[in-house]
Design a protein around this ligand. Structure first.
Ligand code: ASP
Length: 320
């Protein structure tokens, strides 16, 4: 085996963003700078060689199935190379948690796959991307590191728990009560929890996902004061779906209030949807805290998952 490699896969995001000519970093366009340029001049961790590959160039708010399919394919390809120690993925912050969760659910790799990002564009005077990328490389090169991780502002998160919790702060992510996996400080990892656990790869699921032309339609319903049940009735009406040329809804994820409670109007509508064959999962609109299944739960709990991750989990289950 030659020199061990770390492969940096570029998908876009603010880390590859460029500001308008006035160099006001609040006004910028994401996904402009090629990943090869992001790694130029970065020192590889000692004993490693860096490779890079552009998988996509998007603002991650626009993440879709086609990009996920390509990213999965390239991850599978590179992870299978004996001389590749790990992967780093540059990604927008907006849907980083969804991509991380998808990769961990489908691949649960024995090698590290580290997503990283930035809150300021690449050409900002005080850009945070280069340091985040350096930290992600350190994590990918760390002996024993495994699973899908996210690195931002010196913090390391597991894919299951990571969530964007702030719209502008550099330290924009949290793992809530689950806690950070660890920290990266001056080129060293200080680990506080276990790495995400590897599993046998979900080969069937991967195959189905790579062949899929669409994901099963699952929508998120937020419970709030003065909610209206008709919102759910309209969502699951097959005639409405046909009118808009979209597939009928197969699942609903409730982002409930507090401990997963739901306004009585929405509850009645969700019950009607469930009786009509739509899968309903319950999560909470709170950022922190875990929902516990309760006896006689009408709507099963998406244990330990935010609404967006519960939605992905349900889509994968329905696809499978
Ligand atoms: N909209 C950007 C993205 O998610 C935001 C970011 O990267 O911070 O691609």
């Amino acid at each position: 085996m030659g020199v061990e490699k770390i492969v940096v896969l570029g998908t876009g995001g603010t880390i590859a963003g460029l500001a308008a000519p006035a160099a006001d970093s609040r006004v910028y366009v994401a996904a402009q700078k090629p990943v090869a340029e992001l790694v130029t001049g970065l020192a590889a961790p000692s004993g490693f060689e860096l490779l890079s590959e552009q998988v996509a160039q998007i603002d991650s708010k626009d993440m879709d199935l086609a990009v996920w399919q390509k990213l999965l394919q390239r991850c599978v390809h590179w992870l299978a190379q004996a001389d590749v120690r790990g992967l780093v993925i540059t990604h927008g912050t907006d849907t980083l948690e969804e991509t991380a969760f998808l990769l961990q659910t489908v691949l649960a790799p024995r090698k590290p796959v580290v997503l990283t990002c930035a809150m300021r564009p690449a050409d900002a005077a005080d850009a945070d991307g280069p340091q985040n990328l350096r930290d992600a490389l350190v994590v990918a090169a760390t002996a024993g590191a495994q699973g899908v991780l996210a690195v931002c502002a010196g913090r390391i998160f597991g894919a299951q728990d990571v969530q964007k919790v702030h719209s502008s702060r550099l330290d924009a992510f949290s793992a809530g009560e689950a806690g950070d996996v660890g920290r990266v400080h001056q080129g060293h990892v200080d680990r506080q929890r276990d790495w995400p656990q590897p599993r046998e790869p979900q080969e069937m699921l991967l195959e189905v996902l790579l062949r899929a032309s669409a994901l099963p339609r699952v929508e998120i319903v937020l419970s709030h004061a003065a909610a209206c049940g008709a919102t759910v009735d309209m969502l699951v009406d097959p005639a409405a779906a046909a009118r808009f040329g979209v597939p009928p809804v197969r699942g609903l994820v409730l982002a409930g209030t507090g401990g997963g409670t739901v306004h009585h109007e929405l509850e009645a509508a969700l019950r009607r949807a469930q009786a009509g064959g739509v899968r309903v999962l319950r999560s909470t609109r709170c950022n922190d805290g875990f929902l516990q299944p309760r006896p006689k739960d009408e709507f099963p709990v998406a244990a330990g998952l935010s609404a967006v991750k519960a939605r992905l989990a349900l889509m994968l289950e329905l696809l499978h």
